[in-house]
Design a protein around this ligand. Structure first.
Ligand code: NAD
Length: 494
């Protein structure tokens, strides 16, 4: 996809669906503007596809499926060795595209593409990992398990990682023999087209990956299409529930990852510099638009010295340099409303990011990094996902009180503790009600082969979306029992 000079502010041609190895126009002319969050200009237009386009993509996937599933896994994995190399070779261009459509700063965008490359490493190792188990279960009788592709699957992704989240699912699902319909976020549809092009260059047969753009109607068509066997979803809890319910009601397997409200418990013995730097980086990285971002700091006991350090660090951060904008005008207004409401309810705003304007980018959706102290657990800002560079500080007298606040959250993506005490660290790791926990880590993302996935209202469905946990989701296990030995006994299990 090449940037074009355009007399208006649109800089990319209209986004097109990718079906059967070709970029095609949607059947109808319903589009949405794609905005550049750094300055509020229009970047492109994305089609809002319906059932007809989903069906075209499914037909292309159906054509490709038998040959792809019959290709030995070692050969399928070869595509991802080449794709990984292409991601690395094109990292500057891919990172620039992520920056442009999502707004995150260039380093963060490049890190995202590198993570996509790392995800390919796991897919390349699948031939080493998936060989089924085999055991002589009784004299002369052998049982084995083999993994088969599910068939045609769909992956629905959010705006916050336009390159990485599609790559959470594409390499593993495809290396395991499935054909996919990818439905990227309509707010960041550009990266998906480049992903499709690079996979084609890497040798992926046409029809194995198809990209259908759109919003709610497209997702509903995916949930309703009878030939789609499995759906992975990553996005807000509200929509995760809709997709989980609708997809399951249509008898598909669904894994739906939702929103988050992540708590960092900071103990008085925590190493002050490391802790303050990690906590601030967690809440401000990607402008707080990470499902693993810290959102609540539970400051236990005498931790003012750490809060003071954090305040100094945050004051030195410059939007447009150290962090990008949030995704939309609506997101900026929503985040600023949360801050104002907390202030009105008695919280103390230590660093205020409201009304931030980056000179020369007056149309951008910037929110400065914000620290709010003396928040109480009953405030809305303490309970709901903010998804912006805002950290609320709740004071707690001890670790039990801190954990009780974490337990009240309906979410359960991540939690972390900052301490020098092994006993306290172990206790929090055991007791926190979250799927991904950390010690002295602001963003406790498990790396492959470990799987990514939370608990409670942060994930619906079994298994994880990456790593070993994804193998069960993307395959059907077949259990085979054989008996060649004539002398093998006959019993109630034969
Ligand atoms: P979103 O839920 O608004 O959108 C996600 C996807 O759902 C998009 O493709 C969108 O087109 C579609 N969609 C939106 N509304 C829909 C509806 N009513 N019916 C059907 N489909 C609909 O999420 P977002 O704003 O793009 O992303 C931010 C959210 O994603 C945050 O809540 C964040 O925590 C979450 N997230 C979670 C994880 C995780 O691993 N748990 C990872 C990344 C992001």
């Amino acid at each position: 996809m090449t940037a074009i000079e355009h007399p208006t502010s649109t800089r990319y041609p209209d986004v097109r669906n990718y079906i059967g190895g070709t970029f095609v126009d949607a059947e109808r002319d319903r589009h949405l503007d794609v905005m550049n969050p750094t300055d509020g200009t229009v970047l492109s237009r994305v089609p809002l596809s319906g059932m007809q386009e989903v069906d075209r993509a499914v037909e292309a996937a159906k054509k490709a499926q038998p040959a792809w599933a019959a290709t030995p896994i070692k050969e399928r994995a070869q595509v991802f060795y080449r794709y990984k190399a292409l991601l690395e070779k094109n990292i500057d261009e891919l990172a620039a595209l992520v920056s442009e459509e999502n707004g995150k700063i260039r380093n963060e965008a490049a890190a995202e593409v590198l993570k996509s490359a790392e995800l390919c490493e796991f897919a390349c190792s699948l031939p080493q990992i998936v060989p089924g188990e085999v055991l002589e279960v009784s004299r002369g009788v052998e049982c084995r398990v083999e993994h088969y592709p599910v068939g045609i699957v769909a992956s629905i992704t959010p705006f916050n990682f336009p390159n990485m989240v599609p790559n959470w699912t594409i390499p593993n699902a495809l290396a395991l023999g499935n054909c996919m319909i990818l439905k990227p976020s309509e707010q960041v549809p550009l990266s998906a087209g480049r992903i499709a092009e690079l996979l084609r260059e890497a040798g992926l047969p046409d029809g194995v990956l198809n990209v259908v753009h759109g919003g709610q109607e497209t997702v509903e068509a995916i949930c309703d299409h009878p030939a789609i066997e499995a759906i992975s979803f990553v996005g807000s809890t509200h929509v995760a529930k809709i997709v989980y319910r609708r997809g399951s009601a249509n008898l598909k397997r669904v894994l739906a990852l939702g929103g988050a409200k992540n708590h960092l418990i900071v103990m008085p013995d925590a190493e002050p510099d490391m802790t303050s730097n990690n906590v601030v980086a967690s809440m401000s990285g990607c402008a707080g638009q990470r499902c693993m971002a810290a959102s609540v700091m539970m400051a236990v006991g005498a931790t003012d010295h750490i809060v003071d350090r954090m305040t100094n660090i945050v004051r030195g951060m410059v939007p447009g340099v150290h962090l990008g904008p949030v995704i939309s005008k609506a997101a900026k207004e929503r985040i600023e409303r949360y801050i104002s409401e907390a202030e009105a309810a008695g919280a103390k705003v230590l660093v205020d990011g409201r009304g931030y304007v980056v000179p020369g980018k007056e149309g951008g959706y910037y929110v400065g990094p914000t620290l709010i102290d003396r928040v109480t657990p009953d405030m809305r800002i303490a309970q709901e996902e903010i998804f912006g560079p805002v950290m609320v500080i709740i004071r707690a007298k001890d670790v039990e009180e801190a954990l009780s606040v974490q337990h009240r959250s309906p979410y359960g993506n991540a939690a972390s503790v900052f301490t020098e005490s092994g006993g306290v660290a172990r206790y929090v790791m055991e007791k926190a009600s979250a799927g991904m926990v950390g010690v002295n880590v602001g963003v406790p993302v498990p790396r492959e082969p470990f799987g990514f996935g939370g608990w409670n209202e942060s994930k619906f469905g079994a298994g994880d979306i990456t790593g070993r946990g994804s193998i069960e989701f993307w395959t059907k296990a077949k259990k085979m029992t054989t008996k060649w030995n004539k002398e093998a006994g006959v019993n109630w299990m034969s």
